[in-house]
Design a binder for this molecule. Structure first.
Ligand code: PSU
Ligand code: MN
Length: 312
């Protein structure tokens, strides 16, 4: 591990492999840890985290999973840390606004998309991969539940590669929000805005590109334009991993009713709905989730390789 203290009081700890790759300008892909603590169940979460890292490596980049621990931001996993985060019930989900408090308290935390983007930018990692981004929740017209992930895209100059957003969210409103906030959005080798593990969302992405070098060029031009924030790249699920949309919708209808009667709102809602879907589909959604994580991580690594080669 290599330690760095910044003049501003932040502490970074890098796995040697990550520090070396960054120092040499080699491609690195940042990854979130909330999917380990809150996204998937033990032991599937450990297996998925290892498979995601392997997919990044197989496509030529170095994975940097981000953890908050003992007042520091840690880049890169090791077997002990992975086991600890995967088995702990008490490690909280840390979004962007929670970061200063968790760091100040020196308590452990698992990063969401939003907080991972902040941490990635601090370390100079230009690209981040997640399976599903947070979005505008169903019923947001009344409850205003809009993920901080969407706001963070307008602030951090880091590219996010994802499989769109889960159908538990309101996907048309999520797309509207991204448009209003000028977030550059492009589908990789697809026309659709993907609905995570569903076959299709029925919605189109505003842009399509089929070549990682074209995407790298767009990322560099976005930065050169001086516009704030980062590009969002969507990757469709492989057809063999996708779940029929109606199966997921039926399970969700029940899950949403249960969430309402149990008064589950706010940061715990995503996890509650995911667990309900998993039970209702006999584990189908969790298996699809793991598969989608791998296809997004592979695409992120391809784009990271192009970006490392093409960035002026
Ligand atoms: N989407 C998923 N699974 C997840 C999340 C999103 O399919 O676990 C997590 C991600 O870490 C994402 C966060 O950044 O939930 C968004 O939470 P919220 O909607 O509370 O902002
Ligand atoms: Mn929310």
């Amino acid at each position: 591990m290599k330690h760095f203290d910044t003049d501003h009081g932040l502490t970074f700890k890098f796995q040697t492999e990550v520090a070396d790759a960054l120092a040499e300008g080699q491609p690195v892909v940042a990854l979130e840890s909330n999917v380990i603590t809150h996204g998937l169940r033990y032991p599937h979460n450990i297996a998925a985290a290892q498979d995601i890292e392997a997919a990044v490596r197989a496509n030529g980049a170095v994975p940097a999973t981000i953890f908050i621990e003992d007042g520091a931001i840690v880049y890169g996993s090791d077997p002990q840390r992975l086991e600890r985060y995967a088995t702990s019930d008490g490690i909280p989900k840390v979004s962007s606004r929670d970061l200063p408090f968790v760091l100040a308290n020196r308590s452990p935390g698992a990063t969401t998309v939003a907080s991972s983007l902040i941490c990635a930018q601090w370390a100079g990692i230009p690209i981040f991969s997640s399976a599903g981004i947070g979005g505008v929740h169903r019923g947001a017209q009344d409850n205003m539940d809009v993920s901080a992930d969407l706001i963070q895209f307008t602030r951090s100059r880091v590219t996010t590669v994802c499989a769109g957003a889960k159908m538990i969210l309101d996907l048309p409103l999520t797309l509207e929000f991204l448009e209003t906030h000028c977030v550059p959005l492009v589908a990789y080798k697809s026309d659709d805005f993907p609905a995570f593990f569903c076959e299709t969302s029925g919605l189109k992405c505003p842009q399509r590109m089929d070549d990682p070098h074209s995407i790298a060029r767009a990322i560099n031009l976005h930065a050169a334009s001086g516009a704030p924030g980062g590009v969002v790249v969507t990757v469709p699920p492989r057809p063999e991993d996708a779940i029929p949309t109606q199966v997921a919708e039926d399970a969700l209808a029940t899950a949403l009713k249960r969430a309402e009667s149990a008064n589950i709102v706010g940061p715990g809602l995503t996890k509650f709905l995911m667990r309900q879907l998993e039970e209702a589909t006999g584990g189908q959604t969790a298996r699809a989730n793991a598969a989608v994580l791998i296809s997004t991580a592979s695409a992120a690594a391809e784009i990271a390789v192009a970006l490392a080669a093409d960035t002026p």
